[in-house]
Write a protein that binds this ligand. Sequence first.
Ligand SMILES: Nc1nc2c(ncn2[C@@H]2O[C@H](COP(=O)(O)OP(=O)(O)OP(=O)(O)O)[C@@H](O)[C@H]2O)c(=O)[nH]1
Ligand SMILES: [Mg+2]
Length: 432
Amino acid sequence: MFVDQIKIEVKAGKGGDGMVAFRREKYVPNGGPAGGDGGKGGSIILKVDQGLRTLMDFRYHRIFKAKPGQNGMIKGMYGRGADDTYISVPQGTTVTDAETGELLGDLVEADDELVVAKGGRGGRGNIKFASPKNPAPEIAENGEPGEERKLKLELKVLADVGLVGFPSVGKSTLLSVVTSAKPKIAEYHFTTLVPNLGMVRLDDGRDYVMADLPGLIEGASQGVGLGIQFLRHVERTRVILHLIDMSGVEGRDPYDDFVKINEELKVYDPTLLDRPQIVVASKMDMPDSAKNLAEFKVKLAKDKTLKQVPEVMEISSLTHQGLKELTHRTADVLESTPKFETLAEKEQSSKVYTFKEDEPAFKITRDSDATWVLSGEKLERLFKMTNFNHDESLMRFARQLRGMGVDDALRERGAKGGDLVRIEDFTFEFVE
Ligand SMILES: Nc1nc2c(ncn2[C@@H]2O[C@H](COP(=O)(O)OP(=O)(O)OP(=O)(O)O)[C@@H](O)[C@H]2O)c(=O)[nH]1
Ligand SMILES: [Mg+2]
């Protein structure tokens, strides 16, 4: 089974905490601050691996965490930064934020990388807080938390080979006999509603991804039948296998089918007809098939509108006649076919990747027990970066809040001295 859309969670590493330490030297009672900075936390980076064709691996591994930075140490030593965590994805993966729907980027090129969660900055040690006024500060910062995101990964490059044709010509059946895919097969039209994918593995070691596309009918390019959404899938395949039911049991003329489907492809995107196309005469086990095929070939040879006469291969998915020849020939054609730029890729220029910076720094709400509650991403980050083991660090935090305008805002909302104020699980008294 192939999965082409998946949700994962990524958590970047927290920065290492800064250290509060003092030099201890012989005969020097208090030798000044010596606490080092924490190292930076690991980021999470998606990276193209050309060996991957699907998002299948992610079905069993959904949560990715990067390592935290090392804490700062005594004697002014910095904590080591954590290595970034790389996640391999197939070429053509589109990444969106699963919560906001924001497009984070497209990994299109062979060596594309995309930072999806930034590691936290290391907290500063007390050396950094020394000043002439406060030469021995007991202040250190905790490391900044790493970013966390829920991501939706989608694989747009569906298949190397697309099976195209009228409904019920045997597209899904062919897929089911040359790959391990188990698509729904039935005699009624439009059995296939979304493309099924399968991997064709040849005995000579070559492989490729094949998609059985939903049936096309006249007018598909104008939205008739299952319409344009399928032509969009065709667009992403490099080689087209055009299946034509030779049995004639549906009462249509096989050559008519051939002309009509090509017309739909052309109306949608004229360059589709420049793609290698193998005409696959299907259901050759049926009584009238051989006769119909002979007539088909005569009409094909006479058709002056064709730029070049496509090659025709005969198969029966029932008796397995011609399957080996077809799958090998398809691999040969694929090897000599360059990758096409799809319409979607032409429209989509480069990567988009932005962080929201315009959110308010903090929010004030009130609990049922009248406690003032402070929240907001920026404020909570400052809170997490405060080392509450040292009074001086706490006082620095209080100054930071005042600097952000929290005190004024609380007063404006009617807070009085002695009121309780809470940030996450930390409660303190408001002092006027
Ligand atoms: N005799 C014979 N019947 C076949 C062969 N291949 C498929 N069929 C039958 O043709 C019918 C349609 O097959 P599907 O594979 O579902 O056709 P499809 O092209 O995927 O059809 P849609 O998904 O509706 O577009 C089924 O009843 C199959 O059993 C074949 O090689 N020989
Ligand atoms: Mg089908």
